[in-house]
Design a protein around this ligand. Structure first.
Ligand code: ATP
Length: 235
């Protein structure tokens, strides 16, 4: 299965933010979208997920163009979003958060799906009955990913996974993501932590000013001056 974003433009009201974005991803690979603050990375993900309706372009997934479809059509066809800021339901327990996520996509085998997600994050099993609002930031990020996983996606779209987390914690979360990719999941991530993005992904795209400037393997990207200037902050 393949995600193919073609000439995607997304804006807010009359303001055009993202213009002519082309990117692609196969399941089983992790790809990062990097670039400075305000480059339009989150807006690109919103357009792909249908949270902001694209003004033009295609979001082709497994051959079907979802660009003009409602956001839920992605969830039902195997794309799940892990949003920036986690957005777990604080007053619900860990288990309830996961159950709500399964029900949101009309999923069956609720217990088995929750068990499989908890196998990826054993810490969540220990915290199953605890209110999500009382979890640490790292545990909330694990829960946000687990909530996407119980929808049994083939593609995970992850926005700013490491934000606000200590290195030892995001390394743990990153290790789980690495396992998901090696088991065949596709991952598209926006990540401000360059080292983490480069260590998890095989390819990437550099975005600036609402456009993709270049794309390539992370090895190729690490040699690009533009990446160093715009993303790593080199002078
Ligand atoms: P960051 O890393 O800072 O989140 P980003 O690359 O993800 O940056 P976006 O969040 O996509 O960038 O923002 C791109 C531009 O769109 C910014 O100039 C931002 O001010 C603008 N923008 C974002 N959200 C909205 C909105 N809801 N309404 C209007 N403009 C917005």
């Amino acid at each position: 299965m393949r995600l193919e974003v073609e000439n995607l433009s997304v804006g807010y009201g009359d303001v055009s933010v993202v213009r002519g974005v082309d990117l692609h991803l196969e399941v089983g690979e992790a790809v990062c979208l990097v670039g400075p603050n305000g480059a339009g990375k989150t807006t690109t993900l919103r357009g792909i997920m249908g949270l902001t309706k694209p003004t033009s372009g295609a979001v082709r997934w497994d051959g079907t163009d979802h660009a003009s479809k409602a956001a839920w059509s992605r969830a039902h066809s195997g794309i799940a979003l892990v949003p920036e800021g986690r957005h777990v339901f604080g007053p619900l327990t860990v288990g309830e958060n996961l159950e709500v996520a399964v029900r949101a996509v009309g999923g069956k085998r609720i217990g088995a799906r929750i068990d499989a997600a908890m196998d990826r994050f054993p810490r969540l099993r220990e915290r199953r009955g605890q209110l999500a609002g009382l979890l640490s930031g790292g545990e909330q990020q694990m829960l946000a990913i687990a909530r996407a996983l119980v929808q049994e996606p083939r593609l995970l779209v992850i926005d700013e996974m490491s934000l606000g987390l200590a290195p030892v914690i995001y390394e743990q979360v990153g290790e789980a993501v690495r396992g998901l990719v090696s088991d065949g999941l596709g991952v598209l991530m926006v990540e401000q932590n360059a080292a983490l993005a480069m260590s998890l992904c095989s390819r990437g795209y550099l975005m600036s000013g609402g456009e993709i400037l270049l794309g390539g393997t992370v090895e190729e990207m690490s040699h690009e001056d533009a990446v160093a200037h715009l993303y790593f902050g080199a002078v």
